[in-house]
Design a protein around this ligand. Structure first.
Ligand SMILES: Nc1ncnc2c1ncn2[C@@H]1O[C@H](COP(=O)(O)OP(=O)(O)O)[C@@H](O)[C@H]1O
Ligand SMILES: [Mg+2]
Length: 278
């Protein structure tokens, strides 16, 4: 079952002489329960892809189907309905952008449930349960985002994305702003989602961050998906010249300065059967 199907997607920014093409016919599909890494250099169009799939920018061409619903031409009101149903959720790089700074953690977690019409009492229970799932203590429920560490905030953002039991979560550089130890914790939590059957689109500029967790990796280059394969295939047998360049220059893959967790993830990837198609 395909949860996200994006075909020949084009997105432009600006008008007239300022008009620039950020996506130039990108295609990618994600199955239920699958974790797909989308990698590419800064400016390649990764965030634009995420925004288009969340209804935050309008495509100028192509097609986006989410969980069987063609959302390509959706207007704001229709997108609001899609979001209210909680089919697709998101986590951004900066958790302060995914969380309302004026809401307590508890209220932030309950908000998407209350929008969906879940009774308040049940929403409170679910908020506690999901905080536990991202390994955070109940006592954080009454705090504001600014009273949490960056890693705690990002785990709350993940809990908030999970709480509506969406079909798809789009994570745009979810660990890029975190220190190495916290990054490992958040990656562990995301790995667990595989068993929960939720599809993940995990966006990163860094192949090392996604290699250990993604079933498939897609490479975005100048607004086009130029390569898709299992993480293992992409690392060991890149077919596009840009992918070869990306792998050759990926600091976390090649240098001795690479973080231990990332090196371990890569070793696991290269020397195990992981990454075989499902
Ligand atoms: N709001 C915007 N207005 C105009 N141009 C934008 C906007 N957002 C992104 N761009 C441009 O679109 C291209 C792709 O950007 P983006 O999707 O943010 O790439 P990435 O996330 O891979 O770094 C870049 O050239 C960027 O400058
Ligand atoms: Mg980006």
């Amino acid at each position: 079952m395909t949860v996200l199907d994006v075909r020949d997607l084009e997105v432009h920014y600006g008008h007239r002489r300022q008009r620039r093409r950020a996506l130039a016919g990108a295609s990618l599909s994600i199955d239920a329960g699958e974790i797909v890494g989308l990698i590419g250099e800064t400016g390649s169009g990764k965030s634009t892809f995420a925004r288009a799939a969340l209804g935050l920018v309008r495509p100028s061409a192509g097609r986006i189907v989410i969980d069987g619903e063609d959302v390509t031409g959706h207007r704001e009101r229709q997108w609001r309905a899609v979001r209210r149903r909680g089919v697709v959720q998101y986590v951004f790089q900066d958790p302060l952008r995914s969380l309302d700074p004026d809401l307590t953690i508890g209220d932030s977690l309950m908000e998407p449930l209350l929008l969906k019409g879940v009774p308040r009492r049940e929403a409170v229970d679910r908020a506690r349960a999901y905080l536990g799932r991202v390994r955070l203590d109940d006592e954080l429920l009454t705090r504001l985002p600014e009273q949490l560490s960056g890693g705690q905030r990002q785990r709350v953002a993940v809990a908030r994305a999970l709480i509506t039991e969406p079909r798809l979560i789009i994570l745009d550089e979810p660990v890029s702003a975190l220190d190495a130890a916290t990054r490992v914790q958040v990656l562990e939590i995301l790995k667990d989602l595989r068993t929960a059957g939720i599809a993940l689109l995990f966006i990163s500029h860094d192949l090392g961050s996604v290699a250990g967790i993604a079933d498939r990796v897609a490479v975005l280059y100048r607004g086009e998906v130029v390569e898709v394969g299992t993480a293992r295939e992409v690392v060991t047998k890149p077919s596009h010249p840009y992918t070869r360049l990306l792998i050759g220059s990926a600091p976390t893959l090649r240098t001795a300065a690479a973080g231990r967790a990332e090196r371990a993830a890569l070793r696991e990837l290269l020397h195990s059967g992981k990454g075989t198609p499902r």
